[in-house]
Structures are given as C-alpha cells and as structure tokens.
Design a protein around this ligand. Structure first.
Ligand code: 0WK
Ligand code: BGC
Ligand code: BGC
Length: 962
C-alpha cells in the first residue's frame, strides 16, 4: 500500500481517501519530512483563501520567533537532500538509462534515451553560412541566428541573432499558429540580414522530446515547459516548419536538420583538449545528451561508432529515489502545472519552475506569518510571478540586500531586512537542491560513459548551456562540486557553451547539409539504375524485335542459335553418360546414371586463367586430363560412355554434336578456337591423349542443359535461364519460325545468346558511364553488353566503379581513394549477395567492406548497401524483361490467351543473391501478365541436362537404327 501511493508520485493528486488524518503516518518519509497536509492546505492556490480575504493581514498572533524559526527550519529542511539520496537518484537514473538503451519496454523506463542521428562530434571542418532557429530552449521566446562556420580551427565569426517573445496564446494555441509565428520571425530576421533569398540552409533546434528517424525527421512525443500547442504531438515537426515556411513564402529555406538543444550545446563547444561528449542544458527545462556506444543502443542496428543520445531526464521519476526528496511544494507546483504528473524531475531543476517553487515557499511562509508580517501581495499569490531571473538575482550574494528588496517590492511586497535574508535562504535552498539533483543525474550519465567505455577513470568534457547555468551565480559551482562528490573517478571539465548552442546546431546542420548533398549525389549517380516500367517494357519490345530478326536470320544482336534439341526428355531415357560442364564458375566432369531416376557423380576441376586465356589445344588437353582423372577415380577408365558436353559459349550448331564457337565470353579467350567446331577440338584432344575412348554425342549450351535438366521433372519447362558468371536464355521455339532449319512442325530449342543483346547499341540509352568503364576494361569491349549489365562477372565491377566515382566526389570514405578500391575485381559480386542479405546487420556489411581496407563511416556503409541494391535491382529487372519477352513469344506462338510455362534456372548470382530471383519474377509478372511463369532452380546443373540430351539422342539414334 505504501509503495503504490508513492508510486503515484508521478502525478501526485492526493486521492480523496488520503486526506490528512489518513496520510499522517504514511508520508512521514524517513529523513523527517513534516506531514504533507500540514503544508498542502497552506500551499496550493486552493490552499490560500481567494480575493480580499487572502490578501488580508492577520490582525493578531504572528508566530513567536521560536516558532517561526522552527517553521522556517522545517520548510528549508525539506529542500535538503542527503548524499545517500543523491546516490540513490544517481543509481536509479543509471538503471533507467540502461533499461531504455536495452529497449526494455516494461516496466516503462523513466527516461527515454532518444537516439539523435548525430554520430560524431564536430571535425571542425564544417563550413558555410547557416540559419538556426531555436524553439523551446528558453521558454516563451524563440531565437533566430545567422551562423558562419569557417572550417578553420580557432577562426570564429560571431553569430548574428535575434530573440522573439512567443505570445502565451501562441504557446497554448494551434500548432500551425506556432509554426507560422516561427516562419514570420525567420523572415523578419532575414529581412534584416544582407543575404540572398535562395538556398538558405536551416538547422532547427527543437527542445522537446522527439523520436528522430533521421537528421531531418523528428516526431514530437509530448510538449514540456509551458508549451501545449494542439495538432503537433505525434507529428514531424520539420515538416510542420517546412509547411509554415512555404506558407510564409518569403524565403526559400531548406530545413536540413533538427536537433535537441542539448545536442546543439554539445556540438557547439569549442574544441579544447578533448571534444565535449556530453551536452547539458538547464534553462526553462533541463536535459542532457551524450555520445553513447552505438552497439549499446538496441534500437539502432549498429555495432560500431558512437551516437548521440538525448536522455530526456526531465521525465525521470522513481518512487524510491525521488519520493523522499519531493516536497509538498513540488506536488503543488506539479498539480497546478500544464502537465501534472509529467516531467517531475525537470520541475525540481528547470528554470521555469525554480521561481514558482520559491514563490510557493514564500507564499506559505507568508501565510504562516513568518514573512512580510503575514501580508502576501497579489503577485506573491499569482502563479509564475517569481521568475528565474528574480531567483538568480536574489540569491546572488553580490546583488546585495537592496536589489532583493527592490525585486520584492516589484512583487508588491514590503520586505523587512529579516525577510530579505530569509528570501535569499529560500532561493538558495531551492536552487541548491536543483543543482544537486542535476549533479546526481549528470553523475549517472558519467557512470554510464565509464561503463560503456570500460574506463576506470573517465576523462570527459561537458558542454553546459541554458540560463540557469549561465546566470545563476552558484548553480554551476554546486553542480561541479556535487559531481566530483558523486563521481570521484571522473575527471570532468565543464565548458560553458559560447552561444547557447547556435553554433552547435549550425555544426550539425553543416554535417546534415553535407550528408544531404552526399545523398543527392548518390541519388543522381544511381538514378540511371532505377528503371521504370516504360524503360523495361521498351527493353522487352526491343528484345522481341531482335528475337524475330535473329530467327529470320537477319542481322540482330540476338543470334537465336538452333540447338538441334527438339524435345524435352520424356522419362524413357536410360543408361550411363559422361557429361562435361564448362563455362560457369566451375568446370565439372559428371557421371550421370539414368534409370527411373537420375544419379549423378561429379567432380569439380579448376580452369586456371592461364589455360582459359592460353591456347585452345592447352584448354582442351586440360579438359581431357580432367576427364581421365575423373574416369580413374570413378573406375571408368577404358569405358567409352556417351558424352554430353555443356559448353556455355555462343556456338553455331550444325548438329547436335557439332558447334562452331562464335566467340568467347566470360573471360575465356583461348586461341584457335573461335570459328572452330569445339566437338572436333575435344575429339582431337582425346586423340592426342591416346588410350582414351570417349563418344562425344552432344554439345549443349548450359541454358539448354538447365532446361532439359528441369524439364525432366516438369514437362512444362520450356525455357532455360542462366544468371551466373554470364547470362543467357534458351526456349522451345516453333520450328516454322526458325529460318535455316528445315521443317515446319514441331519445336526446336533456341539458344538466344542474349548476353550479346544490345551489342548493336540498342541498350545505349540505358548504359551508364560505369557500364562503359567495365566494358572498356573487359577483354571483349563492345561485346556482351546485356550480360555486362546483369551477370556475376561484372556486377561487382560496376559497383566498384560507382564507389570510385562517389569517393572522387567526396561522398564516400571521406573522399579518400584507397589502393584496394582501385584494384580490378577486388569487389566480388558475391559481396553484393552478402551485403544485401536481410539477415546481415550493418555491422557485418561493415566487416566485409573493412576487409577491403575501406575507411568506413556508418553513412558510408548505408550508401554502399544502396549502390549494391541499385546495381543488382537493375540486373534483375533487365533479366526479368528478357524472360517476359521469351514467355510472351511462346504465348503468341501458340495463340494462347494465357500461358503457363516453367523456366529452368541456374547460376550463382540467381541462386545466391537474396533478392535477385524475386525481382526477376516480379518484373515478369509486370511485363507478361498473361503468362504464369514458374521458376525452377536446377539442382544438378546443366551437366545432367547434357546427359539427358545425349540420352535422348541415343534413344532417337537407337529407334532409327531398329
Ligand atoms: C551451373 C551449370 C553450368 C552453368 C553455371 C552457370 O551447371 O552449366 O554454366 O551454373 O552459373 P555460374 O557457375 O556461372 O554462376
Ligand atoms: C525537453 C528537452 C530539452 C530540455 C532543455 C525539456 O523539457 O524535454 O528536450 O532538451 O527541456 O531545453
Ligand atoms: C555465354 C552463353 C552462356 C552464358 C551463361 C554467356 O557468356 O555466351 O553461351 O549460356 O554465358 O553461362
């Protein structure tokens, strides 16, 4: 029962049932707080009679001096906070901070710990002219500044600024009214400045708790400090300001960043021996931010670097820690505030409340006849009449009694000398407690920094800002003294903020402007990779046209090569077959046993670059060496099994076992092969290697092998697709449409060799300078243009060229070109698949890139990820446009409304990239809505397909022989 009551300290509205007689014993909190009700009915406005009766001076029976000093003692004692209590607050706040950092939602953490998207303290290189709008830091006023950052250490240009008082009805009115007021102040300020009306960059210091989702996107959680405009909580305050500036229409101002005033204070602190990593503001409200380890901020997917977190300690409330130090005056103040129950901690420290607390104490002591002969003034009984400035002056020993007297007279009081001394003591009590509580909270932040930095002794600089810090005579010294008491192992230097954080906001704005400029440059660079529907439909149409020309035997970038495969397997094939699979990432030799099912035994052999680019004889001798090695290992030596040769290069087939290599692709360039029948080249190598019997029955392209391999499972599989080192497709075309091959009925599989699509320039409109760089650096410039925009051999290189370009623009890696990044093929296409994998956190992306020796910032990592996504997305969409063209061709061939067809697919890029296959399928659905296309990933590769083609050929040969 005791706890629950204190539990509601958050919003202490004493439940009726707890009226005085009941609560007497409950609230005598250890440490000697006098019973609350003794004060309550004499403190709050309702405690005081209203009107004339309230202002009446007691006729007789002022308290005896002894009583009054006990009364005063009682009163001031309440503001005394013990070290143990401060340590309890320090510990409790630290607990809440770490709970919130872990993202633990229940119990709801007492502080919010809001990430601010500020990832580094200023480099000092920031430069430019910036407009800064400060709203909320100093209560009922906003400030506009013109800040020039020179980017030269120690060279400072004094900001120009103007303060505008915000009318009460604007602070409590409609949100639009507030932002329109701000936009008017901006114009008024800029009208007085010799500045252009265009391209102004603005940093918005908005000092309220906000969820930030970007440097320029921030949603207000709740108002504090006397603000309560409607229609703003839950809204993006940057958008509200942009809309107001738009409505004002006087200036073209780009709101680049929004920051909390504590961040501005931290970022603005002069670069001393060590950068400030904590920003403390005590003005009308209070709050702190500090540089937290990104890995410890659960909501952020980061493991490296630091991020500035706004603690929002104003909302700290903890029964055990705060209960004992909350006085009746605090409850009354909260009860009568705009937001009862909220910001309890702030209401004990913030400048908006210190004056009110002093007023409540003075009114109470006056009521008890201890002050001003028991004669209150209307001002003393009016909420908010005692301001921070009053308290700061009255408490300032240098102000002297005369000044205090004058201030109290301004409040309609007639103070005696003893009153002046007592008022100063009350001010001191209230402010001392505020500074001590603030110190306990700051000590919690320092302990947190120690924890996260695993440092025994922490050296840190704290930037301080806000009028309580700046103007209150003793606040900072009490604060510093108490911090040293509570955090003795921390060596803290306090750096007063030179201009209330305006420069800091400009610093963040400069960083934001730089990042925004980088983002624009990134978008401009990647825009050509973002293909829209019309562009893809145009590629589809151009491919259809090229297919038709190729089939008619006319000049076309699509050679549409007949493969002499007329049928997909029908399951009656039987026997053992050898198969070779050359042209992909790996060269494989396979033994394929076809019974009622297909069993495969295979071995991967490497084709060294020197062989792939050596002599043709060397290449084919190497192939035969591998076959012999395989036969020996499989105990097949001396057996002459029918062999199917998957040869994944463009071949003009004259028959199933005759294929003239038209040109090498994919980095192969063996001499004396192009224009040759590769089956003959293989047979000659077999001959050269005496004692080997091999019966080469068929040569197939890997697309055909893949189609056949998948067709064995799904007879509707009539398209073969490879997206690996290279890319290509084949499909079953109507024989009547194939010029140069006799026969009008039946089908023939056509190897499109779509890798060469666009070699006639038809894709130049889509080609970028990065594609051109990759093409020029390739061993076959001008060739395989479509392949060079899609396949695995090239995507990594396209990305690398884009990264080089963005580095040269200073967008990436701070503009530092690294030797590694200049190295060809250093950025493997498999990195794209890894970097784009959803399961990889940014940190793993960073690890991949750091292995490449790239000096990364978290923004760089995000940008590299976006570059990879843009390049792979374009590749997948172009591939999808190609498949849509083929599917539509088959549908129209057969005069069908709707076509259901399957595509056998293979290739490392298609299989390993996390999004490639789904992007291809989505593009096909978009461009060929009347085709239900199923993609079948080939499990056994095209070697099996080659064996099946061989099996079909043997079956057909068998059937013709009988
Ligand atoms: C596996 C097939 C092979 C094809 C390769 C393509 O068995 O015929 O050439 O896929 O993919 P890559 O290995 O080039 O990624
Ligand atoms: C706000 C903080 C702000 C602090 C100091 C508090 O009321 O919630 O966001 O930093 O005041 O201005
Ligand atoms: C070749 C094709 C092959 C494709 C996929 C291209 O470079 O020209 O014949 O199908 O790569 O491996």
């Amino acid at each position: 029962m005791f706890v629950s009551l204190l539990g509601t300290l958050g919003c202490l509205t004493l439940p009726d049932e707890l009226r005085p007689e009941e609560s007497d014993q409950l609230l005598c909190v250890p440490g000697g707080q006098p019973p609350l009700w003794k004060f309550m009915d004499s403190i709050g406005s309702e405690g005081l009679q209203q009107g004339e009766e309230a202002l009446s001076c007691p006729e007789e029976g002022l308290p005896r001096p002894s009583d009054s000093s006990e009364l005063v003692q009682d009163c001031l004692q309440q503001f005394k906070v013990t070290v143990a209590q401060l340590q309890q607050i320090q510990a409790s706040l630290l607990g809440s901070m770490e709970q919130a950092l872990r993202g633990q939602a229940s119990p709801v953490p007492a502080v919010r710990m809001l990430p601010t998207y500020v990832g580094s303290t200023p480099h000092g290189t920031e430069q430019g002219d910036f407009v800064v709008l400060e709203l909320g830091a100093t209560g009922a006023s906003l400030r506009v500044l013109w800040v020039t950052l020179t980017g030269i250490e120690g060279h400072r240009v004094e900001p120009r600024s103007q303060e505008f008082v915000i009318p009460q009805d604007v602070m409590l009115g409609a949100g639009q009214q507030l932002f329109d007021f701000a936009a008017r102040c901006l114009s008024e300020f800029l009208d007085a400045q010799p500045v252009s009306k265009q391209g102004l960059q603005l940093g918005f210091s908005f000092s309220f708790p906000c969820h930030q989702t970007g440097l320029d996107r921030s949603t207000l959680i709740s108002w504090t400090k006397g603000f309560r405009c409607s229609g703003v909580e839950g809204q993006d305050v940057v958008q509200l300001l942009r809309d107001a500036i738009q409505r004002q229409g006087a200036y073209n101002i780009n709101v680049v960043a929004v920051v909390n005033d504590t961040v501005g204070t931290m970022m603005g602190c002069e670069l001393g021996a060590r950068p400030c990593e904590v920003g403390l503001v005590v003005d009308t409200g209070t709050n702190v931010c500090y540089m937290e380890e990104a890995r410890d901020v659960a909501v952020l997917d980061e493991d490296r670097g630091r991020v500035c977190v706004s603690v929002e300690w104003g909302s700290f409330s903890d029964d055990r820690a705060l209960g004992p130090v909350l006085t009746a005056f605090d409850h009354t103040l909260d009860h009568e505030s705009l937001n009862p129950g909220a910001q309890r901690f702030e209401k004990m420290i913030g400048g908006l409340y210190l004056g009110e607390l002093v007023r409540l104490v003075l009114a109470h002591l006056t009521r008890r006849g201890v002050l001003f002969r028991g004669c209150p003034s209307p001002a003393l009984l009016s909420q908010g009449s005692v301001l921070l400035e009053h308290v700061a002056e009255m408490e300032d020993p240098s102000a002297g009694a005369a000044r205090v007297h004058a201030i109290l007279q301004d409040l309609g009081l007639s103070p005696e000398a003893s009153d002046v001394e007592l008022v100063q003591r009350v001010c001191a009590a209230v402010c001392t407690r505020a500074a001590q509580l603030c110190a306990a909270a700051l000590a919690a932040v320092l302990s947190r920094l120690q924890h996260s930095r695993e440092q025994q002794t922490l050296q840190v600089a704290v930037a301080t800002g806000g009028r309580v810090c700046e103007r209150h005579p003793r606040f900072c010294s009490i604060l510093q003294g108490t911090v040293m008491l509570l955090a003795p192992e921390c060596d803290v230097s306090f750096i007063p903020s030179a201009d209330g954080g305006g420069r800091g906001v400009a610093m963040v704005t400069a960083v934001a402007a730089r990042l925004a400029a980088h983002r624009r440059l990134l978008e401009e660079t990647l825009a050509p990779f973002r293909l829209n529907h019309d562009q893809l439909a145009a590629v589809q149409a151009q491919m259809r046209e090229a297919m038709a020309k190729g089939l008619r035997g006319e000049a076309s970038s699509l050679r549409m090569l007949p493969t002499y495969v007329r049928a997909t397997p029908d399951g009656s094939e039987r026997g053992d077959f050898l198969a070779l699979d050359l042209g992909g990432t790996n060269f494989r030799v396979l033994l394929v046993r076809v019974t009622t099912c297909v069993q495969i035994t295979s071995q991967i052999y490497s084709i060294p670059e020197s062989v792939a680019q050596g002599s043709g004889q060397q290449l084919f001798d190497h192939i035969v060496d591998c076959i012999v090695d395989f036969q020996q290992k499989q105990g097949l030596s001396g057996q002459s099994l029918p062999l199917g040769f998957t040869f994944s290069f463009p071949c003009k087939q004259l028959g199933l076992d005759q294929g003239i290599l038209l040109n090498w692709t994919k980095g192969f360039n063996a001499s004396d092969c192009e224009g040759q029948d590769v089956v003959s080249l293989l047979r000659e190598a077999i001959t050269r290697r005496q004692a080997v019997e091999l019966n080469v029955v068929a040569i197939v392209n890997d697309t055909v092998g893949t189609m056949m391999s998948c067709g064995y499972e799904d007879p509707r599989c009539e398209i073969g697709l490879i997206v690996g080192t290279g890319t290509n497709a084949c499909y079953m075309e109507e024989l009547r449409n194939v010029a140069g091959v006799p026969g009008d009925s039946g089908h023939m599989c056509i190897n499109m060799e779509w890798g060469a699509f666009g070699d006639d320039g038809s894709l130049d409109t889509l080609s970028t300078c990065f594609d051109a760089s990759v093409d020029q650096a390739s061993i076959n410039p001008g060739k395989q243009r479509f392949e060079k925009m899609i396949s695995g051999m090239y995507l990594g290189e396209i990305v690398r060229h884009i990264l080089l370009h963005l580095t040269s623009l200073g967008v990436l890696f701070r503009g530092q070109q690294t030797q590694r990044l200049q190295t060809r093929d250093i950025f493997k296409t498999k990195f794209l698949s890894e970097i784009e994998s959803d399961s990889l956190a940014l940190r793993q992306v960073r690890a991949i890139l750091e292995d490449l020796g790239l000096p990364l910032t978290s923004d760089d990592t995000l940008m590299v990820l976006e570059v990879c996504q843009a390049v792979s997305q374009r590749a997948a969409q172009l591939c999808g446009a190609g498949v849509a063209a083929v599917a539509e061709k088959i549908r129209e061939n057969r005069g069908l409304e709707e076509l259901a067809v399957s595509v056998g697919v293979d290739g490392t890029l298609y299989k390993l990239h996390p999004h490639f296959s789904s992007l291809v399928a989505a593009t096909v659905r978009e461009l060929a809505p009347h085709c239900a296309v199923t993609f079948l990933q080939s499990e056994d590769g095209s070697g099996k397909g080659a064996a099946l083609v061989t099996a079909v050929a043997c079956r057909l040969a068998q059937s013709t022989r009988v």
